[in-house]
Design a protein around this ligand. Structure first.
Ligand code: SAM
Length: 261
C-alpha cells in the first residue's frame, strides 16, 4: 500500500485515524453522499430498523460523530411514541430515553452537535454527546439496551477490545449492531467495485475534500478489514449469541448483529 500501513506502530495508527477524521470532518457529509450515491442513508435506516428501538431505551452509538444514527433512532422512537403513547406527557417520555453518541474525535462530535442544532434537536435531552474511546468505554457494565457502531470499527486499533467493551456495557437481552463497509465477492461486480474504490474514490477525495490521502487510506482500510464470516466469528468470540450478518449491495456493506444473553 502507499502507506505501508501494516508496519506503522499501533499508537501511530490511532493518531493517524484521528488526523484523517479531523481532516475530513467538515466535508464528511458531502463525501458520504457522493461516495455512496446517497445510499449510506438507506443503510443506516436498515441498521436502525434492525435495532428495534423503543421509548425509554438506553442506547449507545459508538463512533457516532455526525449523529446520523442517533438522529434516526430518536426519530423512530418519537414516531412510536406518537402512535402508541399519546396519553403520556411528552416530557416524561423524552427524559427516559437516552441516546449516547460517543466518538473519539471532538471535531466529529462538533459536526454532529451542529447538525442537531440545525434539526432543532440542539436542546433535546435525549441526545448525550460524549468524547470517548470505543476500546475503553466509560459506561457501567450491563447498562445499555442497544449498541450501534456505523462505519467505525474498521478504524480502531483493536477490534477485539471494541467488541468486548460492547458486550460488557450491554444489558442481558441487549443488541449489538455493526454497519461496516465489507467485502464484495460477486464476479464482475467485484472488479467494478475495485475500480471504483481504488480509482474513483481517491480522485473524488482530492476534488471535493482536497485530500486524496485520507480517502486512499479509507479504501485501504476496507481491504484490511476482516471478511464477513471472520468478523462474525470475532463477534461470537466476544460472547455474543445469535450472531448474524446481512450483506447490502452485494457486500459493499454488511450489518452484523448479536445478542447478549
Ligand atoms: N457513525 C458515523 C456515520 O456513520 O456517519 C461516523 C462514521 S466515521 C466514518 C468514523 C468515526 O469513528 C469518526 O467520527 C472517528 O472519529 C470515530 N472513531 C475512530 N476511532 C474511534 C475510537 N477508537 N473510538 C470512538 N470513535 C472512534
Amino acid at each position: 500500500t502507499s502507506f505501508g500501513f501494516k508496519e506503522v506502530q499501533e499508537e501511530e495508527k490511532s493518531q493517524m485515524v484521528g488526523n484523517v477524521f479531523t481532516s475530513v470532518a467538515s466535508s464528511y457529509d458531502l463525501m458520504n453522499d457522493l461516495m455512496s450515491g446517497g445510499l449510506h442513508r438507506l443503510w443506516k435506516d436498515r441498521l436502525v430498523s434492525k435495532l428495534h428501538p423503543f421509548p425509554g431505551m438506553k442506547h449507545l452509538d459508538v463512533a457516532g460523530g455526525t449523529g446520523d444514527v442517533a438522529f434516526k433512532i430518536l426519530e423512530t422512537i418519537n414516531k412510536m411514541k406518537l402512535r402508541t403513547m399519546h396519553n403520556v406527557p411528552e416530557d416524561e417520555l423524552q427524559e427516559e430515553t437516552q441516546i449516547y453518541i460517543c466518538d473519539i474525535n471532538p471535531r466529529m462530535l462538533d459536526v454532529g452537535k451542529k447538525r442537531a442544532m440545525e434539526q432543532g434537536l440542539g436542546k433535546d435531552p435525549t441526545l448525550l454527546w460524549l468524547e470517548g474511546d470505543a476500546e475503553a468505554l466509560s459506561f457501567d457494565d450491563d447498562s445499555m439496551d442497544g449498541y450501534t457502531i456505523a462505519f467505525g470499527i474498521r478504524n480502531v486499533t483493536h477490534i477485539e477490545k471494541v467488541l468486548s467493551e460492547a458486550y460488557r456495557v450491554l444489558k442481558r437481552g441487549g443488541r449489538f449492531l455493526c454497519l461496516e463497509l465489507s467485502h464484495v465477492e460477486i464476479p464482475v461486480f467485484k472488479e467494478l467495485y475495485d475500480y471504483y474504490s481504488f480509482s474513483v474514490i481517491p480522485a473524488m477525495g482530492e476534488l471535493v475534500a482536497g485530500d486524496r490521502a485520507s480517502y486512499q487510506y479509507l479504501v485501504e482500510s476496507i481491504r484490511r478489514f476482516p471478511p464477513q464470516e471472520k468478523f462474525a466469528s470475532m463477534i461470537a468470540n466476544a460472547g455474543f449469541q445469535k450472531v448474524e450478518y446481512e450483506n447490502l449491495v452485494g457486500g459493499v456493506v454488511a450489518i452484523h448483529s448479536g445478542l447478549k444473553f
